[in-house]
Write a protein that binds this ligand. Structure first.
Ligand SMILES: Nc1nc2c([nH]c(=O)n2[C@@H]2O[C@H](COP(=O)(O)OP(=O)(O)OP(=O)(O)O)[C@@H](O)[C@H]2O)c(=O)[nH]1
Ligand SMILES: [Mg+2]
Length: 317
């Protein structure tokens, strides 16, 4: 029998203080009693955005003014194939309440994991918790110059996710750099991932690990606990699948476009990038030739946002 295909539009409604709205499904319906992002099935001939506007008016009594695509998730339930088309909504009119009698709650993004959601929601929870920009640090031998540049990005570009990539440092220098970087990131409320062997989390209490594609392909299972972040570098379908297999929280996919540092490299291009993102089981950052100005374009093709060394490693303050 062919499984039913269900297309659902849902929203992460975010309030001024950063809290996100969740609702509890009535005990009597499919996935009853679990928490969800408000939304529902597309009616015939509706676009995702039209359905989103209608559903949030029906379920929460609010009028959406603007919405930004967040993530699209395909999931196989036993009885159906579901596509969750999830949007981020920060601009709306009205004060949301459970118009159908369902309990609703505003929760801190970091507390979302303590609520029970349907199985399909895991990538959405990750996408909600991640920012749109991912800074990868440049090679820089001098600690003071390094910290100065990073601080500018944290302050002026409002960067909240950082990968410490320093291939040129030996272990002792990397550890010293990591400790200083962690302290700076904590001060600015940013998460720090180490581009290093996962064992490094025992030496430096960073927020997680970013795997190179070579490390990614060697692993049989997720190498860090669930309260740490796990990112990975990928360059194509096989690596994306492997990242899903070992339960990475997110990946970068590159090179999307030519970069000054690799002008000859074969790039993925927006078309293939969009197709790969659609099938990925987790949030994907666009990497390679990206600047902050590409963030909306990246979002429009399904990405979480953009990752960059060059664009954030400026010194123009
Ligand atoms: N709205 C919503 N649905 C989700 C989420 N996660 C998830 O697996 N689903 C599934 O997607 C489907 C959405 O159906 P729904 O019950 O909200 O649809 P609806 O509002 O149009 O309701 P109706 O069919 O009673 O009119 C359900 O099968 C539900 O289990 C989520 O976070 N939000
Ligand atoms: Mg609904």
């Amino acid at each position: 029998m062919i499984k039913r295909r269900v297309h659902v539009a849902a929203a992460a409604v975010i309030r001024g203080d950063g809290r996100v709205l969740i609702a509890r499904r009535p005990a009597t319906v499919d996935q009853g009693g679990l928490w969800e992002f408000p939304g529902g099935k597309l009616a015939p001939y509706e676009t995702g955005f039209e359905a989103l506007k209608r559903e949030l008016s029906e379920e929460l009594g609010i009028q959406i003014l603007r919405a930004q695509p967040l993530i699209r998730v395909h999931h196989e339930y036993a009885d159906k194939h579901i596509l969750l088309d999830v949007w981020q909504v920060r601009e709306y009119e009205g004060d949301p309440y459970g118009r159908e009698g369902q309990p609703v709650r505003w929760v801190e993004v970091d507390d979302l994991t303590s609520y029970a959601f349907p199985a399909a929601n895991l990538p959405i929870l990750r996408a909600v918790a991640l920012p749109q920009e991912y800074l990868i640090t440049a090679e820089e031998p001098d600690d003071a110059v390094f910290l100065d540049r990073l601080e500018r990005a944290l302050k002026e570009d409002n960067i909240r996710l950082v990968q410490l990539r320093a291939k040129g440092l030996d272990d002792a220098a990397y550890q010293a750099r990591a400790e200083k970087t962690l302290e700076l990131c904590r001060r600015h409320g940013a998460k720090l991932l180490l581009n290093a062997d996962p064992e490094w989390l025992q030496r430096v209490d960073a927020d997680g690990i970013h795997l190179t594609s070579a490390r990614l392909m060697e692993l049989k299972r997720r190498p860090v606990p669930s309260d740490k972040w796990l990112g990975a570098s990928t360059h194509g379908e096989e690596q994306l699948n492997q990242a899903g297999q070992i339960d990475c929280d997110f990946v970068t996919l590159s090179p999307l476009a030519p970069t000054p540092s690799h002008p000859e490299a074969v790039t993925i291009g927006w078309h293939d990038f969009q197709q790969m993102v659609e099938m990925a089981a987790m949030p994907v950052f666009a990497l390679g030739g990206m600047t902050r100005h590409h963030a909306n374009q990246a979002r429009a093709v399904g990405a979480q946002g953009i990752a960059s060394i060059r664009d954030f490693w400026r010194n123009d303050s």
